[in-house]
Design a protein around this ligand. Sequence first.
Ligand code: SF4
Ligand code: SF4
Length: 292
Amino acid sequence: MKKDIIDELLVISGKGGTGKTSVTASFAVLAGKAVLADCDVDAADLHLLLSPDIRERHPFFSGREAIIRQQDCTGCNVCMDVCRFDAVREFEGKYRIDPVGCEGCGVCVRFCPVKAIDFPERLCGEWMLSDTRCGPMVHAQLGVAAENSGKLVSTVREQALEVAVEKEIPLIISDGPPGIGCPVIASLSGVSLALVVTEPTVSGLHDLQRVLALARHFSVPAAVCVNKWDINPEQTERIESAARSAGAEIAGRIRYDRSVTQAQLQQKAAVEFESAVADDIRKVWEQTLSML
Ligand code: SF4
Ligand code: SF4
């Protein structure tokens, strides 16, 4: 299967906690067969609802880190003098580099007079390929204090596309990161459609406008779905009106329903239980599919 006939649907939100992952998991169930990508690598939780069976684990390297070989270090202090990030520590004449503070600039490596500093690639996490009841899933875990989640998101997307080509699955459903930072940009560029899940609050409207502006900037078609719309119908109207003004389509509304939480507690998607909210999500899914 050629890459250009594979659709990529990204589910995002202006901030965390809007029900984005719950919607993504339900879409995965409704799709029947899709490649799933958890691009929320800083706080991955799609796996909690889809219980993946991990088939492959791959290390994720990004940048480099300086490591002093103690046996070769003469204690000259040059590395401490040249490090602009205060990452070099000295204790009782022994020099070492704080891996969290090291920015991987390589200056100390260059200036160490006896070349006692190694500069390997930095292990920042891992990405995994798993099987789920809804299809293959690519997900990732960023290491503690590791940065560059944007690059890890790109890795997850590339691998999801590889899997879709290999298994001839024409749809990728991605759970995107919240906010509008670097990981969101890495998730958004080039997708077929971004579905923004928002809540009917003042901050929800503000966050939505920021994320829609981002989608416009990257020329990505956007649709909006208001989750828990019945908590504030007037604000829902305002949000939908603002979404239309920003050029986005309306994918539908999902009511507030405690059965969503009950489904989560049982590690299920909301649509795996018969309920009114499951019907809402089905309608949003059908509307979203029609936009792809
Ligand atoms: S510059 Fe090299 S030799 Fe000097 S303290 Fe640092 S690691 Fe040791
Ligand atoms: S690589 Fe750069 S940031 Fe890291 S310890 Fe050396 S000089 Fe400091």
